[in-house]
Ligand binder design. Sequence first.
Ligand code: PLP
Length: 403
Amino acid sequence: MTAMPALSRRLAQLPIAATVQMSIRARELRAAGHDVLSLTLGEPDFPSPPHAIAAAHQAALRGETKYPPNDGIPELKAAVRRKFLRDSGLDYDMKEIAVCNGGKQVIANALLATLDPGDEVVIPAPYFGAYPLMVQLAGGVPVFAACDQADGFRLRPERLAAAITPRTRWVMLNYPNNPTGAAIGAEDLQALAEVLRTRPDIWILSDDIYEYLLFTGGTAPTIAAVAPDLRDRTLTMSGVSKSYAMTGWRIGFCGGPARLIAGIVNMQSQITSGACGIAQEAAAAALDGPQDGVTAQVAAYRRRRDLVVASLAEIPGLSCHVPEGAFYVFPCVSGWIGRHSPAGRKLTTDEAIALALLEEANVAVVHGAAFGASPYLRLSTATSDDILAEACRRIATFANGLT
Ligand SMILES: Cc1ncc(COP(=O)(O)O)c(C=O)c1O
């Protein structure tokens, strides 16, 4: 017998994320002696707040090392409650708040708790690459609603309406957006709310993980606050990963109707149990503590956005939406499709362009297809001004060598 234990069909649906693939290839090239600049990962390059680190240290010394409650420690839930009130005017009861192992687990738990096989989830494209895979893992079917660069990558109400079918169970919203950096105003959210009012059986996810990283000032508007009549079927999600440079602490949180929150907590209790209590203490300190670190980081991301957008504007064949938030720039590379790279490769797709940029110009970026929009590239600006300036110079040299 040569038979081997099988891996699941579910696993076979899961590709390695393009962001991870590109950073692995970048690491290989670096190990081979190439001076590779990586603009691939959506991870702040700043340290976590010192008061959050101190709070974690004290929690560990106090012996907060046991299983934490599945729904989150009361201290963090209270801090999340204050945060929702302060930033969005959303008043969630403690039973309407849950803490999970990162923002991603909020979404995964919510989908697992609500989707039956064949249920559809409307995902505006371009999207965070994990969304459709999480939907599929939960037995659902992703349905994409295209958002155009000409519309500032905002979801138009008629596109939302066209994507909704009798099987739709969720609509996902994410502004400021990964990968485009697009933000949305309260008026545009109202127009989407108008469409959603026609279908009271649909859940709404507001992924507000980049809510503080907004270059127009303040905190991004969120649909449950803009359209309070939708509050009881909206899951408002955020976390400390992006706003507080705390990706590795794995703390995300959400506010929503108590029965959905109970489902999320139940799902989580079977899979991971509650999130690390020490990290939760750190997250509470970040939410309640001084916010000047966030303000300084937003200023840095804004400066870097300006630098990258201005540099890309000089490069022939590229066109670029000016991001209103987050830390990504998403240039369209349609002017390069069909041309040849300086080393003579035919550039037929954005994936081919990203690979040629990596191997010929030693700049690692992620191709738009990984986010459901082509031909685009995503450049993360979560790295130093010097690296960004040099990366843009290399991209310009590459572009000038196209034939
Ligand atoms: C749109 C979006 N939502 C959620 C997440 C996940 O955040 P966390 O690190 O809290 O799991 C990310 C991270 O890249 C993201 O870009």
